[in-house]
Write a new protein. Structure first.
Length: 293
């Protein structure tokens, strides 16, 4: 049940030995060419082929080549196996191929093969009018809980001081900017949002995903009459924040070009598997990869 960061070797083990078994369980809207991009964050910056370009610790890669009008021309990934190759060995299977902006081949540079510290996909989707995501983070809940526990004139401390003063930093998991009760509260809020989607928006297709340190709640209905444009998303933010008092990150809801953690990827900061969940009874401490069992 150890709550800790994954090591470089453990990241490699997870994405080569465990993650492939989960690929077929990805939600149906996450395909090789549906999301407009996949993105990777690395545990160490890796050089690019072009001289004088800084090493990269985060890259986005389009799933389609497009022409000057934005029309799709050629898919960058032929299937999920190609996406998997890219995740496992990003420099060797960079979709940019021979471009000078591709990652440098580890065989010709001194830097080791980059490892994905996090795997993301774009909410902007070629095959859907939208993928709407609401983010609820345990860190936000803990910060608000700490501020509420202190007298008004002491609340202007920085986050670490607030969390230390209220004992949250010492609570399990020790050293993290939240306690397990804050993660559990995020899960509770996530299912409240799912109910709001169903009751207030007549949504039929929703999903709650444990994100590692909180939850992502998806609204996936594709009825064009709803039109979840920028203005609609701002209204949704106001509803959740002001009417229901749910501590969401409003920037995530509003940003259609946002990337989100890929379900079944590993949240390396806590060594837990990101995954869809069905109940408030879900225990995040059980979202454990085999190397921690």
């Amino acid at each position: 049940m150890t709550w800790r960061a994954a090591t470089r070797d453990e990241l490699y083990t997870y994405y080569t030995e465990e993650f492939p078994d989960y690929v077929e369980n990805l939600p149906s809207f996450i395909t090789a060419t549906g999301p407009k991009q996949y993105a990777l964050a690395f545990d160490h910056p890796h050089p690019v082929r072009k001289d004088a370009v800084p090493d990269k610790d985060f890259i986005r890669r389009d799933t389609w080549q497009t022409d000057t009008t934005g029309e799709r021309q050629q898919a960058e990934f032929d299937g999920c196996e190609d996406v998997l190759d890219f995740v496992q060995h990003p420099a060797r299977h960079d979709p940019l191929g021979g471009s000078e902006f591709a990652l440098a081949d580890p065989d010709i540079v001194e830097e080791p093969d980059p490892r994905p510290n996090a795997v993301y996909y774009a909410l902007d989707n070629w095959e859907r009018p939208w993928v709407l995501l609401v983010d609820i983070d345990a860190k936000t809940i803990a910060r608000e809980r700490a501020a509420d526990a202190l007298p008004q004139d002491t609340r202007n401390r920085d986050d670490e001081a607030l969390l230390e003063a209220t004992g949250i930093l010492d609570a399990e998991p020790a050293g993290y900017p939240y306690a397990f009760e804050d993660v559990e509260q995020a899960i509770q809020y996530g299912f409240e949002v799912q109910d709001i989607f169903a009751d207030d928006f007549d949504a039929e297709e929703t999903m709650v995903v444990y994100s590692g340190q909180g939850v992502h709640v998806y609204l996936l209905d594709t009825d064009l009459a709803h039109r979840y444009d920028a203005q609609s998303r701002e209204v949704l933010n106001d509803l959740l924040l002001e009417t229901y008092d749910i501590p969401i990150d409003p920037v995530v809801t509003a940003d259609r070009r946002r990337v989100a953690r890929l379900p079944y990827s590993l949240h390396a900061d806590v060594s837990r598997i990101v995954q869809p969940i069905e109940s408030t009874q879900f225990d995040p401490r059980t979202a454990t990869p085999e190397f921690l069992d």
